[in-house]
Design a protein around this ligand. Structure first.
Ligand SMILES: [Zn+2]
Length: 105
Protein backbone atom coordinates (compact mmCIF):
# COMPACT_ATOMS: atom_id res chain seq x y z
CA UNK A 1 0.00 0.00 0.00
CA UNK A 2 1.16 3.49 -0.74
CA UNK A 3 -0.14 6.78 0.56
CA UNK A 4 -2.03 9.00 -1.84
CA UNK A 5 -0.23 12.36 -2.33
CA UNK A 6 -3.57 14.11 -2.78
CA UNK A 7 -5.86 12.93 0.03
CA UNK A 8 -3.22 11.05 2.04
CA UNK A 9 -5.40 7.93 1.93
CA UNK A 10 -3.63 4.70 2.75
CA UNK A 11 -5.01 2.45 0.05
CA UNK A 12 -3.12 3.54 -3.05
CA UNK A 13 -2.24 0.63 -5.31
CA UNK A 14 -0.09 0.03 -8.39
CA UNK A 15 -2.06 0.66 -11.52
CA UNK A 16 -0.34 0.22 -14.89
CA UNK A 17 2.66 2.54 -14.90
CA UNK A 18 1.49 4.56 -11.94
CA UNK A 19 -0.64 4.40 -8.81
CA UNK A 20 -4.33 4.92 -8.12
CA UNK A 21 -6.18 5.96 -4.99
CA UNK A 22 -9.55 4.23 -4.53
CA UNK A 23 -10.70 6.93 -2.14
CA UNK A 24 -10.36 10.09 -4.20
CA UNK A 25 -9.64 8.62 -7.63
CA UNK A 26 -6.29 10.39 -7.92
CA UNK A 27 -3.72 8.83 -10.28
CA UNK A 28 -0.01 9.59 -10.03
CA UNK A 29 3.39 8.26 -11.07
CA UNK A 30 6.84 8.19 -9.50
CA UNK A 31 7.85 11.04 -11.79
CA UNK A 32 5.39 13.34 -10.03
CA UNK A 33 7.00 12.59 -6.70
CA UNK A 34 10.69 12.75 -7.52
CA UNK A 35 12.22 15.59 -9.36
CA UNK A 36 13.63 14.21 -12.55
CA UNK A 37 17.40 14.36 -12.66
CA UNK A 38 19.29 15.10 -15.82
CA UNK A 39 22.54 13.19 -16.17
CA UNK A 40 25.42 13.71 -18.57
CA UNK A 41 27.04 10.97 -20.69
CA UNK A 42 29.04 9.62 -17.76
CA UNK A 43 26.36 9.90 -15.07
CA UNK A 44 27.12 13.26 -13.45
CA UNK A 45 24.04 15.19 -12.45
CA UNK A 46 23.66 18.35 -14.50
CA UNK A 47 22.36 21.61 -13.13
CA UNK A 48 21.51 25.01 -14.47
CA UNK A 49 24.65 27.08 -14.97
CA UNK A 50 27.03 24.15 -15.52
CA UNK A 51 29.59 24.24 -18.31
CA UNK A 52 29.81 21.12 -20.46
CA UNK A 53 31.73 19.75 -23.44
CA UNK A 54 30.42 17.64 -26.28
CA UNK A 55 31.53 14.01 -26.15
CA UNK A 56 30.88 13.45 -29.83
CA UNK A 57 30.71 15.45 -33.04
CA UNK A 58 27.32 17.06 -33.55
CA UNK A 59 25.97 17.98 -36.96
CA UNK A 60 24.33 21.35 -37.09
CA UNK A 61 23.11 21.93 -40.61
CA UNK A 62 26.28 22.18 -42.71
CA UNK A 63 28.37 22.92 -39.67
CA UNK A 64 29.86 20.27 -37.43
CA UNK A 65 30.47 20.97 -33.79
CA UNK A 66 33.53 18.99 -32.87
CA UNK A 67 33.82 16.73 -29.91
CA UNK A 68 35.24 18.79 -27.06
CA UNK A 69 33.32 21.94 -28.02
CA UNK A 70 32.33 23.81 -24.91
CA UNK A 71 28.79 24.90 -24.07
CA UNK A 72 28.53 27.44 -21.29
CA UNK A 73 25.88 28.08 -18.66
CA UNK A 74 23.54 25.30 -19.66
CA UNK A 75 19.91 25.41 -18.73
CA UNK A 76 17.79 22.32 -18.16
CA UNK A 77 14.63 22.59 -20.21
CA UNK A 78 11.45 20.69 -20.93
CA UNK A 79 12.59 18.24 -23.62
CA UNK A 80 12.27 19.48 -27.21
CA UNK A 81 12.70 16.60 -29.70
CA UNK A 82 14.80 14.75 -27.15
CA UNK A 83 16.94 17.79 -26.38
CA UNK A 84 16.82 18.47 -22.68
CA UNK A 85 19.46 21.19 -22.33
CA UNK A 86 20.12 24.59 -23.72
CA UNK A 87 23.61 26.04 -23.75
CA UNK A 88 25.63 28.80 -25.31
CA UNK A 89 28.42 27.85 -27.68
CA UNK A 90 30.97 30.47 -28.67
CA UNK A 91 30.53 31.54 -32.26
CA UNK A 92 27.26 29.62 -32.61
CA UNK A 93 24.91 30.98 -29.97
CA UNK A 94 22.26 29.28 -27.92
CA UNK A 95 21.63 25.73 -28.88
CA UNK A 96 19.48 22.82 -27.78
CA UNK A 97 21.59 19.88 -26.64
CA UNK A 98 21.05 16.35 -25.42
CA UNK A 99 22.33 15.46 -21.98
CA UNK A 100 23.48 12.09 -23.36
CA UNK A 101 26.14 13.71 -25.56
CA UNK A 102 27.69 16.16 -23.11
CA UNK A 103 30.05 15.87 -20.18
CA UNK A 104 30.15 18.20 -17.23
CA UNK A 105 33.37 20.22 -16.83
ZN1 LIG B 1 -6.48 9.90 -2.64
Amino acid sequence: MINCPKCNGEYGYEDGNGYSCPECGHFWTDLCLEEEKVMDAVGNELQDGDDVTLVQDVKLGKQVLKRGTKAKSIRIIEPVDGHDLEGKIDGVGNLYLKSSIVKKL
